[in-house]
Design a protein around this ligand. Sequence first.
Ligand code: SAH
Ligand code: SF4
Length: 388
Amino acid sequence: MPTTLINTHSPTNGGGDEKVNLIGLGRAELQARLAADLGLDPKPAKMRTNQLWQWIYGHGVRDFDAMTNIAKTMRAALAERYTIARPELVERQVSTDGTRKYLIRFAPGIEAETVFIPGVGRAGALCVSSQVGCTLNCTFCHTGTQRLVRNLTATEIVAQLMVAKDDIGEWPSSKEDRQLSNIVFMGMGEPLYNLDHVTSAIDIISDNEGISLSRRRITVSTSGIVNQMQALGERTDAMLAISLHATNDELRDELVPINKKWPLKDLLDACRAYPGTSNAKRITFEYVMLDGVNDSDAEARELVRLLKGIPAKINLIPFNPWPGSPYECSSWERIERFADIVNAAGYASPIRTPRGRDIAAACGQLKSQSVKERASSARKRMTAEASV
Ligand code: SAH
Ligand code: SF4
């Protein structure tokens, strides 16, 4: 059975606290702020920035008082103006397979989910959200049925990592034996509609003196926001994943409606031009397996034809149903047959094993459970009120 803990972290950094949270500020921003607020010259400001950086991202401390190489008076001056508090962890669930799902509240009404999946990537992958909700309406995705609340800030994106590292006890950040080795922007939202904040967060996460995750282990997944793809590559050097899901425009228009704006040809041209792509740095194409919709042998062959010339990996994702979803997942035999055709053409095409099913932590299910639970408790409350 999954375990659930409520309110394990406090205080929040969302309500009433006017202090600036240093988590999520880039090195240059942090240095400029210290210089301005504390009247430091460039050299001491740079030295303080380095110290703070190592304490915050190297050691994961949550209190300025733990920064033992900084003088007490300076620690007090920092604590007066700034915070390094985590956002509120509203709910934490651990699946029987070790997957951990966190529901994080950044501010009142601003909540997103983050999922840690052990045994994925080099050691374990953290699936982070980039927005609360999504403006796109992919028909198979539960997030797509929720309206966009807002973009998450760099602070809020990095905080998802801090919360996960706190929970799995991964401080200090070591390069060896890490459990959290990969980051995938595959939670809620479309990261390329929030590129500035995603870029700042990646700069912080990959900084060598802090969390120091290699950019090669950071993957950004997009539904195909073609006009931002080049910038993503140039600014982040991250790995690219494309939510393809269909091999012709007619079907893709329906499944991933942004295809009407940027059809397959434009999308694949942008992939061919993605900076740094090579056989050692392939683009991942995600393909959700929908029963009787996109899973025929002919479509597997067409997929191979479409990707010709692009260094690619194909990731077959069994569809994760959600309440009211209009599709079913293809049968296991069908998925294997589809994978065989793709494999025979020389593509690695792992079938993504569904993880964390008992806690609804799978792709496209994020937030659904919590929304559902709250809706159901609201209903109960209304029924109770009505009966008084
Ligand atoms: N918005 C981005 C990233 C978040 S979605 C994008 O669309 O790429 C991450 C991945 O989960 C995408 O490939 C998406 O298509 C897939 N996904 C969404 N809902 C799903 C579901 N119900 N079952 C399986 N995969 C799903
Ligand atoms: Fe948004 Fe991605 Fe879901 Fe489409 S699949 S609705 S782009 S989160």
